[in-house]
Design a protein. Structure first.
Lengths: 262, 331
């Protein structure tokens, strides 16, 4: 378990050292993130000028969901998605061969290579929004709450990683799967609202197919004291299953790539 | 475990490729019932390579060279046959195996284009788990030999093709592998750069007694580096032996160069001796069948005032070309 983290640290360090040379990108990202945060908050305000609760969530609680949404978007956008793009490009251009001749697990290698540090602006903004939401909710801090929130956040991130990697793995067979990735990223946008407000079929899809519910709603539920130990355990099991399935499909994809199945 | 560095026995790789006729109707039909055709990219080749050997791996495009290299480096599963590289079965891709090999492809870059090469080297150090001291020494030494100096601190995308390839070679050898698979490492480079890369390969080979399997379209690479060549064509082994023997075996012609003393302006009819390549008043270049060479030489010496005569093999490029011109044998 330690080696992947060490590799990640090294890759991240090099990414950071290089990205800081391009300060313009930082300001662009601040501008972009600021704009999208602004519009998001305005929409929230508009909604609450008509109603006091939405699907059982108060205004402050909904702000918490939005905070988690921005935070998660930042985490995925800086740590996961850039790696998936790089991986798909490697398959297309045949550079994956170099990764496969390295004495390191290939799934680990392709998963930790790139860190888009400027996207971390969203992480900062997300935490800021969350702080405001927490203050407004008048939340009482407890170890259970902190643990539940942190663990669901991490599991949500792992689940999104699994789903995004599953989509990318398809490039072993189809080479071009960008559209699918784009689609999944836009579906993630649905996460800014509690999934409870959506019709059943969509809610199920957003829970199990594209686990936006686990990635955003569940951590927010943890923060607002809605999370039961059962749901936490369920999330844990689901995360393990997703990791397992992703691993199997990765191996299968590799076998196909190397012609072992032919 | 054998003492050979590389053992290849009856190696085969068959690709199933979809086959369909032109036209929309055929395309739709192929969605349902896919017809596939077997393509034998590598069709039963065997050879062995000893530690420390540099072997040229030759063949025209599509002969199966890259497929073989990919199987040897564990990227592709063989359809049939046995493989052993540095005592390991490549396709198992064990850590101990991957630690000992390297793969360089002239057409592709493994260095990250956005960052300086020296940063990529650091990543390779971590991935291969090279001890810090050993890494620094190997890195600085190779940078020195390649005369890369400050270039390793520039983002790779700002380097010229030749500079990039030098940086690429250094990165591929930092972990000091025993077995090198080099696929067209000098492609597209100018003569000086080619020479530099060649010298580097030679130096590395001598210092570490590393085994090198090299493909190249430049015969100068092969002549400079490889005593032995393996030629494959249509997935089959065509020749395995010394480069000089290849020329001996496959060139049907000899080149005769003769210098004559002044013949008082008369031009002798040279066409009756063989094919005239060039003819100047005192110097003639002839091409004759190898079997006729001794006889023609004797006649020339008897008939003409020859002052000097040499018998040469044709250039290696021509020999290779004539080898590749042989049509595929139909089973």
């Amino acid at each position: 378990m330690l080696r992947p983290l060490k590799l990640f640290g090294l890759f991240a360090r090099i990414s950071v050292l290089n990205e800081v040379q391009y300060r313009a990108n930082f300001f662009m990202q601040v501008l972009q993130s600021g704009l999208s945060l602004g519009t998001g908050l305005i929409v929230l305000n508009v909604v609450y000028s008509y109603t006091d609760t939405l699907g059982g969530w108060s205004q402050a609680e909904l702000l918490a969901i939005y905070g988690v949404f921005v935070l998660m978007g930042g985490l995925i956008g800086s740590l996961v998605i850039p790696n998936m793009w790089a991986f798909m490009e490697d398959v297309r251009e045949g550079r994956l061969d170099f990764t496969l001749t390295k004495p390191e697990d290939s799934q680990v290698l392709i998963s930790v290579r790139v860190v888009a540090i400027w996207r971390l602006v969203d992480v900062v903004l997300g935490i800021a929004v969350l702080s405001v939401a927490i203050a407004r909710m008048g939340l009482e801090a407890s170890w259970w709450l902190a643990f539940a929130f942190a663990s669901t956040l991490v599991m949500g991130m792992i689940l999104l990683y699994c789903v995004l990697l599953l989509a990318s793995i398809l490039s072993f067979w189809f080479v071009r799967v960008w559209e699918l990735m784009e689609m999944m990223q836009s579906i993630f946008q649905a996460g800014r609202w509690p999934v409870g407000i959506y019709p059943d079929w969509l809610r199920l899809g957003l829970t199990y197919l594209i686990p936006v519910a686990f990635a955003v709603t569940v951590p927010a539920e943890a923060l607002t004291g809605r999370l039961t130990p059962q749901l936490l355990a369920g999330t844990f099991v689901f995360t393990l299953v997703a990791l397992f399935i992703t691993r199997r499909l990765w191996m299968l994809g590799l076998r196909n790539y190397s012609g072992a199945s032919a | 475990m054998s003492s050979h560095s590389i053992v290849v026995k009856e190696l085969r790789k068959t690709y199933k490729v979809p086959e369909r006729e032109a036209g929309l109707k055929a395309a739709i039909k192929s969605l349902v019932a896919r017809k596939t055709k077997d393509v034998h990219a590598v069709d039963g080749i065997s050879f062995q390579i000893e530690p420390g050997e540099i072997v040229g791996f030759l063949g025209p495009n599509g002969a199966g060279k890259t497929t073989t290299l990919k199987m040897l480096s564990g990227l592709l599963y063989p359809t049939a046959g046995e493989l052993s590289v540095a005592g390991h079965v490549p396709q198992k891709r064990q850590r101990e195996f991957l630690q000992q090999i390297t793969l360089v492809m002239g057409q592709r870059s493994q260095l990250n284009w956005d960052i300086p090469a020296i940063d990529s080297y650091d990543l390779y150090r971590a991935i291969y788990g090279i001890p810090q001291e050993q890494f620094k020494q190997a890195r600085d030494e190779m940078i020195e030999i390649m005369q890369l100096k400050e270039l390793v601190k520039k983002p790779v995308r700002n380097l010229s093709l030749g500079e990039r390839m030098k940086a690429e070679m250094v990165g591929a050898l930092l972990h000091q592998p025993n077995v090198l698979f080099l696929d067209e490492p000098t492609i597209g480079l100018d003569v000086t750069m080619q020479r530099r890369i060649r010298a580097f390969i030679q130096e590395y080979n001598q210092r570490y007694n590393a085994t090198v399997l090299l493909t190249s379209h430049y015969m100068a690479d092969v002549q400079a580096l490889c005593k032995r060549v393996i030629v494959i064509h249509h997935g089959k082994l065509l020749f395995d032996g010394e480069l000089t023997a290849l020329v001996e075996r496959f060139s049907a012609m000899k080149t005769l160069v003769l210098t004559m003393s002044d013949m008082n302006g008369k031009t002798p009819d040279m066409a009756k001796y063989g094919t005239v390549v060039t003819q100047e008043p005192n110097r003639v270049v002839l091409r004759v069948a190898k079997s006729d060479a001794p006889q023609v030489t004797a006649r020339l010496l008897a008939d003409l005032p020859v002052t000097d005569l040499t018998v040469d093999d044709p250039p290696i490029e021509e020999v290779i070309e004539s080898v590749f011109d042989t049509p595929e044998e139909k089973p």
